[in-house]
Write a protein that binds this ligand. Structure first.
Ligand SMILES: Nc1ncnc2c1ncn2[C@@H]1O[C@H](COP(=O)(O)OP(=O)(O)O)[C@@H](O)[C@H]1O
Ligand SMILES: [Mg+2]
Length: 315
């Protein structure tokens, strides 16, 4: 059988460039050389080359995070070129990237989220409105970022203006969310028409980290990841059901990974990642392994799902 010509697209210009390049190295190694002819592209320098090569590319594997990678822009570019790719399309990517719109969609579909407010110009002078709405501690987030970049947990009102300014360096839209004290869970979903929810993972950042920040995410050993998470059967089912509803509510495809916080018996959805981390020890690959799907098999499955025609009418 002829090999599948696969464009492995990684790098890019976002704050998460390094994470992307590290992921791509692992993916390239795990792809079966008997099945795939892999061609590497970096959107930072190679967009014209992708367009030139489009006719001979069978499928693209996107390993980009953040702006211009996970937000629908490269997806639109590939759509124009007629190149299928794994993961959400233009709309789903853009919706999931926008933490405010994603939460609005979750809420429309009955999913629980922490109360939040969008920051307005006047709040930079007087933060009392924010504190009145979400209380303290609160979490300040750029609306379209990932990897906890530009994010802070604020415990005293005096620290809020500085946190807002930091977040504004990363996005012109910033939100402030009520801080939910609880256990951190993440739930992967795999499939197109039929969705398989993967086993839950609990993330326990080392005590020296205030939350699952950039270093806690990427420094080896900085966080403990427990898969399957030790929670009751009822919580497991609810978390998996929520991850599936979140995936559908944002119009996603192929796979996703939804981050949540478990406080008592309540789950609060934080966000859904449309191109989850993809080193062999990343969260979604770990959960897939727990479900009996090896890293190479997961990549094969994603490439298969990428080549399926998007569903038309709902069944
Ligand atoms: N409302 C919240 N309450 C408590 N912790 C939060 C809250 N929002 C975010 N966090 C912490 O910050 C981390 C990153 O937030 P998240 O919304 O998942 O953004 P991203 O992963 O895209 O940077 C979470 O994994 C969690 O540790
Ligand atoms: Mg997250």
């Amino acid at each position: 059988m002829a090999k599948i010509r696969l464009a492995l697209i990684a790098g890019g210009t976002s704050d998460e460039r390094e994470v992307s390049l590290r992921g791509a190295a692992g993916v390239e190694k795990a792809l079966d050389p008997n099945k795939y002819e892999v061609i590497r592209y970096d959107p930072a320098t190679d967009l014209a080359r992708i367009a030139n090569d489009a006719a001979r590319i069978d499928v693209a594997f996107l390993l980009l995070h953040g702006v211009n990678g996970e937000d629908g822009t490269i997806q639109g570019f590939l759509d124009l070129l007629g190149i299928p790719y794994q993961g959400a399309g233009v709309l789903g990517s853009a919706l999931a990237m926008d933490k405010n719109l994603a939460k609005i969609m979750y809420r429309l579909h009955g999913l629980p989220v922490a109360p939040w407010v969008m920051v307005e110009l006047r709040d930079l002078e007087d933060t009392s409105r924010i504190v009145a709405e979400v209380g303290l501690p609160c979490v300040v987030k750029p609306v379209r970022q990932g990897s906890s970049i530009g994010m802070s947990i604020v415990r005293e009102i005096e620290k809020l203006p500085g946190a807002l300014r930091l977040a504004l360096k990363h996005d012109n839209e910033v939100m402030v969310e009520k801080y939910i004290k609880g256990r951190e869970l993440t739930v992967g979903v795999l499939g197109n028409a039929e969705l398989l929810a993967l086993p839950l993972i609990e993330i326990i950042p080392d005590a020296k980290y205030e939350f699952f920040d950039y270093e806690a995410k990427y420094q080896p050993g900085a966080s403990k990841e427990i898969c399957p998470a030790q929670v009751s059967e009822q919580i497991r089912q609810k978390a998996q059901e929520y991850a599936v509803i979140a995936h559908r509510s944002l119009q996603l495809r192929c796979y996703s990974r939804t981050d949540m916080i478990l406080a008592g018996d309540e789950l609060y959805l934080l966000e859904t990642n449309t191109i989850p981390g993809m080193t062999p020890t990343s969260l979604l690959p770990q959960a897939a392994a727990e479900a009996g799907i090896s890293f190479s098999a997961l990549l094969d499955r994603l490439i298969e799902l990428a080549q399926e025609k998007p569903a038309g009418l709902r069944g």
